[in-house]
Every structure is written in C-alpha cells, then in structure tokens.
Design a protein around this ligand. Sequence first.
Ligand code: ADP
Ligand code: 5GP
Length: 199
Amino acid sequence: MKRKTESGVLIIVSAPSGCGKSTVVHRLMEQREKLRFSVSATTRAPRAGETEGVDYYFVSREEFEKMVRDGAFLEHAEYVGNCYGTPRAPVEKQLSDGYDVYLDIDVQGAMQVKALRPETLMIFLMPPSMEELERRLTRRGTNSPEEIRDRLRAAERECALREQFDFVVVNDEVDRAVDEISSIIDARKKQQSSNQKNL
Ligand code: ADP
Ligand code: 5GP
C-alpha cells in the first residue's frame, strides 16, 4: 500500500514592518529545501526591486474585494491603509504535497489563521528595540517619514500581542535568528510527524 505523504507544517512569522522578516525568510528558503513561501495579494504599490508573483500579487482594490467575495483567501487584513490576503488554494495544495509553507503576514491575519488551523506554528520576530526598528526602516529607504511614523505606531501595537505566539525570536543578528527559527521548525516537524504516525 502506498503511504500517504505526511502533510507539511504551516508556519507564520509575524513581525513589525522593517524588523527584517524578508531578509530572514530569504535566508531560510536558501537553507530549507521543503519550505515554500506563500505569495500574498496586496493593494499596495510595488517597491523598487519587488516582482509580481514572487514578492506579492499586486492587485487593485476591486480585484481584492472580488477575491474576498469569492472566498479565495485563507485570511485577509488591512494594514496601514492597504489590503493584504493569503490565497487559500496554493497553501492547501503545498501542505498536502508535504511542503512546509511560510506565511509572512501581520498579527491580525495570524490570529485568523490560528483560529482556523490551531496546529499552525506561530513565531513572532521582534526588533532588538524600537530605536533599531526606526533605523532599519529609515536605512531601507522605501517608506516616507509619515509612513515610517505609521509603521512604528503599528509596531508598538503588534509587539504588545507577541504573547499570543508560540515563540518570540529577536532579530538581533540575521544568522542567529535564522538558526533559531530553523531549530523551532525542526522540532515542530518531528512532533507533527510522530503525531501523524500515531493516528
Ligand atoms: P521586513 O521584511 O520585516 O519589512 P526587511 O527584511 O526589508 O524587513 O529589513 C528592513 C531593513 O533592515 C533592511 O535594510 C535589512 O537589510 C535590515 N535588516 C534586517 N535584519 C537585520 C539585522 N538582523 N540587523 C541589521 N539590519 C537588518
Ligand atoms: P509590507 O507592505 O511591508 O510588505 O507589509 C506590511 C505588513 O503586511 C507586514 O506586517 C506583512 O507581514 C503583512 N502582510 C503581508 N502579506 C500579508 C497577508 O497576506 N495577510 C496579512 N494579514 N498580512 C500580510
């Protein structure tokens, strides 16, 4: 009898904008063959260097609202004036094909997914301090001073909710944070695999 493929782990890494999530995820994807990044849809404009279908699906507000009505999203939320959502079908397909799927989504979206799929591995990535977060946002150079101010306000609200996550990882050094997240994923995969074998 053919053994059913073990389903992958659904992983959420939430962090305030500018904390270093994209940097961390790129490094993780290089290291973990079975990890797939879930590409979200957003109504925000592309930043320099971002590619359609790789970083995001860039859609109009009308297209986004139609996707909501069609039930195409696993979760969706508004963040600092723009809409973001996780397309449901690719996540479900990749998990059932045995891939681990990484969602880079905000805290509101993370809570929606946790309610739907309580087995989701929830990681909160913290900046070492708010001053360092401001420096990273400024150094990245992709947001205006007003946008940076709004993102710092959102960051304070988000950091206050970190207790809702299974793990809190501080992004002080990229390599160290990536190693810590990778060890957390390995431990969860071991646990999930032994649970699936015992079913
Ligand atoms: P996010 O995806 O969370 O919005 P980015 O990955 O774009 O954040 O990182 C924001 C800025 O901070 C970038 O310029 C990035 O190079 C820098 N950065 C990321 N992680 C670190 C770190 N551990 N130490 C110093 N700078 C970092
Ligand atoms: P940015 O505009 O900096 O790429 O992202 C802003 C915020 O939106 C980040 O916290 C990011 O994690 C979040 N985000 C990106 N995609 C999604 C998504 O599909 N759903 C939700 N809820 N948040 C998302």
